[in-house]
Design a protein around this ligand. Structure first.
Ligand code: FCB
Length: 475
């Protein structure tokens, strides 16, 4: 791989930059936006919705910044028509949404709650009427609390519960939804949810995190098989958040640290899904915290169930150096206590999340996937975007940094395609400012500003830029 930097400037009027970027993308390349149920819907008690782990977590003092919750969020549940109209105005080809499991099965098992399922049915109809293709994620982190009370993703049974739920959703909207994503970022559900405790359900147990990661992937594979058996014509995929990982320096200890980091952020997920193997390094790194008995015969055939596409979420790279473990006793280490630190370098531009900006990292990541996994299916970038310190001035938000971010990452995708990686589309994260998990509402990623008091939507400059890009691609 060469190290060609991807640069973009928006010094020129941004419509002309948009036109130029549009020309770099291959014909038929799909452009959209992504959002997720708990982050936007609100209406947490409407129409029989059950409690999810994120309701419990956000209502536990000290877990989310300023103790904010998704109780109201963007009130998308009641305002979805307005939001679909915004997407239509924007001109997107597709919208990646997620279904809240506790709206479909309030306790995570048993009969379907028709009123909850109807919401997604109405939403899908609204999208199709607007000429927007829905791409549906089944699990974007809102596990029914009742399943967590029974052990959550630590337990193998949850994988089977997920299959029942997936089939129930397919049954209700599968006549109109043709593309499915089983899981969003199982890394976050397992490592942040059960390992570091940063996310719901807030458990800090390295062995539980590894078991959860496996049970999530098992649920994914079982669901893909079961759904495909009922509908062989639809497409099925999974979304992984991945990082291009490199050692900061050419020292053996940094190389080793980078290897450990790669194992946790990528290989624990990519190997089972794309190669049907489990990384040997994982057994070595976490030998003191797990006996890996969660891996049963035949499981890796299941996790590697045939995929029509891979969803990739990319935000930042990991440049790694070796550091001492925080906990000297290996048996007591958290899952991410790897003796490795991913650094922000002095020259980095950094987002409001503290994440370094590196568009070329996306090109390198796609190259890595292409080289490492011969069976790599077509790829969609299912999330990419940045948080900015947006301010409303005279009824406008001039978020040039967001335009530069999305533009430069799209150009990096175009370069990856040019060098032979089969990337079919890109979903910007996200249409509306929303509930950014443990960070609450202060981190704004939207193309549309949301005033959380009035719930008013205000398109930012980046909205106009994306609109210009989308328009430039039409014949
Ligand atoms: C990803 C999540 C998404 C959003 C972005 C910023 O990890 O999938 O819900 O919060 O980060």
């Amino acid at each position: 791989m060469n190290d060609t930097a991807v640069t973009t400037t928006v010094d020129r009027p941004f419509e002309s930059v948009a036109r130029e970027t549009a020309r770099l993308l291959p014909p038929g390349f799909e452009l959209g936006v992504a959002m997720a149920s708990y982050q936007i819907e609100g209406a947490v008690a409407d129409d029989g919705r059950g409690t999810s782990i994120w309701d419990t977590f956000s209502h536990t003092p000290g877990k989310v910044a300023r103790d904010e919750t998704g109780d109201v969020a963007c009130d998308h549940y009641h305002r979805y028509r307005e939001d679909v109209a915004l997407m239509a105005e924007l001109g997107v080809d597709a919208y990646r949404l997620s279904v809240a499991w506790p709206r479909i099965q309030p306790d995570g098992r048993g009969p379907v709650n028709g009123a909850g399922a109807d919401f997604y049915s109405r939403l899908v109809d609204e999208l199709l009427d607007a000429g927007i293709t829905p791409l549906v994620t089944l699990y974007h982190w809102d596990l029914p609390q009742a399943l967590e009370d029974a052990g959550g993703w630590r337990k193998r049974d949850t994988a089977h519960r997920f299959v029942d739920y997936a089939l129930a959703v397919q049954d209700r909207i599968g006549d109109r939804v043709r593309r499915w994503i089983t899981l969003n970022e199982p890394y976050c559900s397992s490592v942040l949810g059960y390992g570091t405790g940063r996310h719901a359900p807030g458990v800090r147990d390295a062995g539980a995190a590894l078991a959860a990661a496996h049970h999530l992937l098992l649920g994914h594979g079982l669901a893909v098989r079961a759904m495909r058996e009922r509908d062989a014509e639809a497409s099925y995929g999974i979304t992984l958040n991945l990082e291009p990982v490199s050692a900061l320096r050419d020292r053996p200890e940094d190389q080793e640290a980078a290897r450990r980091s790669l194992t946790l952020s990528n290989l624990v997920f990519t190997d089972p899904v794309l190669a049907g193997t489990y990384p040997q390094d994982a057994r070595r790194i976490w030998s003191a915290v797990s006996d890996f008995s969660f891996l049963q015969d035949g499981d890796l055939d299941t996790t590697a169930a045939e995929l029509d596409f891979l969803g990739v979420n990319y935000y930042f790279p990991a440049r790694v150096r070796a550091v001492p473990h925080r906990e000297p006793d290996p048996a007591l280490r958290l899952v991410d206590d790897l003796g490795a630190a991913a650094l922000v370098l002095p020259d980095d531009e950094v987002t409001e999340m503290g994440w370094p900006v590196d568009p070329d990292g996306l090109r390198r990541l796609l190259g890595w996937l292409h080289e490492t996994y011969p069976a790599l299916p077509p790829v969609y970038i299912t999330e990419n975007g940045r948080a900015c310190l947006d301010v409303v001035e005279d009824g406008a938000v001039h978020d040039e940094a967001r335009i530069r971010y999305v533009d430069s990452h799209l150009r990096a995708v175009a370069q990856a395609v040019e060098s032979g990686v089969d990337v079919r589309g890109y979903f910007q994260w996200t249409l509306l400012d929303n509930f950014e998990w443990a960070e609450g509402y202060a981190r704004r990623f939207g193309l549309v500003h949301v005033d959380y008091d009035k719930l008013a939507r205000l398109p930012k400059d980046s909205f106009s830029w994306y609109q210009a890009l989308l328009a430039a691609r039409r014949p």
